[in-house]
Design a protein around this ligand. Structure first.
Ligand code: 4BW
Length: 145
């Protein structure tokens, strides 16, 4: 890899590569699971961020954890989708980034997760950094695009 280009990449901040909050599909804590599943199926994503009423980041929710809630012994119990809420199923054990964090901080985090949420010092949601954005940047560096 060309060292000049590698240095350029290393100089990038998370803010330069993230998907801004207004373009990120999300659900809210007090949504029933049927709404969350609708957002996930319609957007095509496996998991999306969960925000509270003031747009602070609380965690993420994915299709698998929703389906696990409604799986019965013999069939899916779809009626439960309106009785269980996102706050009961949310994954709060998520790592986060800040807009000022470096490209290398982002690369490190997307090794284990397909996306990482970006939030400010007060917890307000700024967007997500995806594995795709990091890989595209590595490709740009490698092939000098
Ligand atoms: O609807 C899609 N459009 C595009 N352009 N690509 C998609 C779409 N759905 C899936 N993909 C591709 C991306 O390459 O499949 C990868 C895995 O998707 P995922 O995880 O399992 O749903 C996507 O990789 P990625 O862009 O690196 O995104 C990683 C993860 O980040 C996705 C999803 O959980 C989340 N994500 C990405 N963009 C999002 C989003 N969540 C909410 N809103 C967005 N705009």
């Amino acid at each position: 890899m060309d060292t000049m280009k590698a240095r350029q990449s290393a100089g990038l901040k998370v803010a330069d590569l993230m998907i801004a909050a207004e373009k990120v599909a999300h659900v809210q804590l007090n949504n029933p699971l049927e709404h969350a599943l609708l957002v996930l199926v319609k957007s095509g994503y496996s998991a999306v961020p969960v925000l509270d009423g003031s747009y602070k980041l609380v965690g993420t929710i994915g299709k698998t954890s929703i389906l696990n809630q409604i799986i019965g012994l013999e069939h899916f119990e779809g009626e439960k989708l309106s009785q269980i809420y996102v706050r009961e199923v949310i994954n709060t054990d998520v790592s986060t980034l800040k807009k000022d964090d470096t490209f290398m901080d982002g690369l490190d985090k997307v090794i284990n997760d397909p996306f990482v949420c970006v939030a400010d010092g007060e917890g307000y949601f700024d967007g997500i950094l995806t594995r795709r954005a990091i890989l595209k940047q590595i490709k740009r560096d490698t092939y000098h695009e």
